[in-house]
Write a protein that binds this ligand. Structure first.
Ligand code: 5AD
Ligand code: SF4
Ligand code: FES
Length: 362
């Protein structure tokens, strides 16, 4: 009976909130069946190919104070860093030589002129030194439309900006109440990115304090409604020293958070069949094979960390972040084995653009 219902939902044209609530509350054999169906949809729509995005954690300097994050302004003890151009270029060239196809430059949110100029210059240099063969994703927070335009003109193809929580009331509980952390501004940024023709990625945190299943249902519908091309979402991981830590007694167990995160990935794959979905590092924090589990139920992107090892301890958005001591070279071979272990292959030398985006724009 239940088994039929999951298949029926997967085949529906208009999946509604009741369907999604049903999928997110499955357990045991029914949950396994959901994962089989989402895996089959992945294979059919995007193939069993995993695309790499070499992750460069450019800087932990951030002007914001999000209540959940380990690099928020309020973390006064934290050593703040910014990679030199040479360090960024070295990481980008590593990705290029290893035929990763694309990189992500991620960092705290800063909107000053220096930041705009730094990123513009880096985009130019990376393209020059890698023969224009890498696709570049930026993940640097909210910016003005003008800044987004400049970066796009200088060769940024994609942008990741998580909505974090699409329920404005919940969003407010996770951020200070000031104009720097406004929900409206976040939406405006996402709209500007779409208008400028970026491949746009968004996503949420799963298992936050105060979050309900209905919030997650609405998150999935938000991503669909906004028509995102890429998704990155993962479990919320508490970080001591952040304001949200005092609510840790409200959290689900780590196993429950992982299961719910996997159900979110599987449900999004069923809801938006041809988008790119990342198996996020936070999944691996909850289980050593957390990312592979996400790939097995529908994700098709991973982000091997290329940040020089000496900076990694300073970019801990959450606790127990994996691969703190592994050099890029070590992660590369470790990851490939992990991907093969679940019967997928790595899409070397391919940009791995979101099919959702390419079919919209063809
Ligand atoms: N747990 C999980 N994810 C987090 N992020 C920030 N802090 C945490 C945390 N404690 C995520 C946010 C942000 C991304 C860069 O990292 O979703 O968008
Ligand atoms: Fe800054 Fe992003 Fe952390 Fe918020 S989540 S404090 S914007 S790095
Ligand atoms: Fe970093 Fe395995 S992915 S060590």
């Amino acid at each position: 009976m239940n088994i039929d219902r999951i298949g029926l939902i997967a085949g529906k044209k208009e999946i509604n909130s009741e369907d999604l609530r049903y999928l997110l509350t499955l357990s045991g054999e029914d949950m396994k069946r959901l994962f089989e169906i989402s895996a089959a949809i992945k294979k059919e729509y995007v193939g069993n190919v995993v695309y790499y995005r070499g992750l460069i954690e450019y800087s932990n300097r951030c002007s914001k104070n999000c209540y959940y994050c380990g690099v928020r302004v309020g973390m006064k003890q934290l050593h703040r860093y910014k990679l030199s151009d040479e360090e960024v270029l070295e990481a980008a060239k590593f990705a290029w030589q290893k035929r990763y196809g694309s990189i992500v430059i991620q960092g705290g949110e800063r909107a000053d002129k220096g930041q705009v100029a730094n990123i513009t210059r880096l985009l130019q240099k990376i393209h020059q030194e890698t023969n224009n063969e890498l696709h570049i994703t930026l993940s640097l927070g909210e910016q003005s439309e003008e800044t987004f335009r400049i970066w796009k003109e200088n060769g940024a193809h994609r942008y990741l900006l998580r909505i974090e929580a699409s329920n404005e009331e919940l969003y407010r509980k996770l951020h200070p109440q000031d104009e720097h952390h406004s929900f409206a501004k976040r939406i405006k940024s996402l709209e500007a990115l779409k208008k400028l023709g970026y491949q746009v990625g968004s996503g949420v945190m799963i298992g936050l304090p105060f979050q309900t299943i209905d919030d997650l249902v609405q998150d999935l519908l938000f991503l669909k409604e906004f028509d995102i091309d890429m998704n990155g979402m993962g479990p919320y991981i508490e970080h001591e020293g952040t304001p949200l830590y005092k609510y840790r007694h409200l959290l689900m167990s780590k196993d429950e958070r992982l299961a719910l995160s996997l159900k979110m990935v599987a449900s999004l794959r069923i809801l938006m069949k041809d988008v790119n979905i990342a198996a996020t590092t936070a999944m691996q924090t909850l289980a050593p094979d957390g990312r592979e589990q996400a790939l097995a139920v529908g994700a098709n992107v991973v982000m091997p960390n290329l940040t020089p090892v000496k900076y990694r301890k300073d970019y801990q958005l959450y606790e127990d972040k994996p691969c703190l001591d592994e050099e890029a070279e070590q992660c590369a071979s470790c990851l490939e084995n992990r991907i093969r272990s679940i019967g997928n292959e790595v899409g070397y030398g391919q940009w791995g653009d979101s099919r959702h985006y390419t079919s919209k724009n063809s």
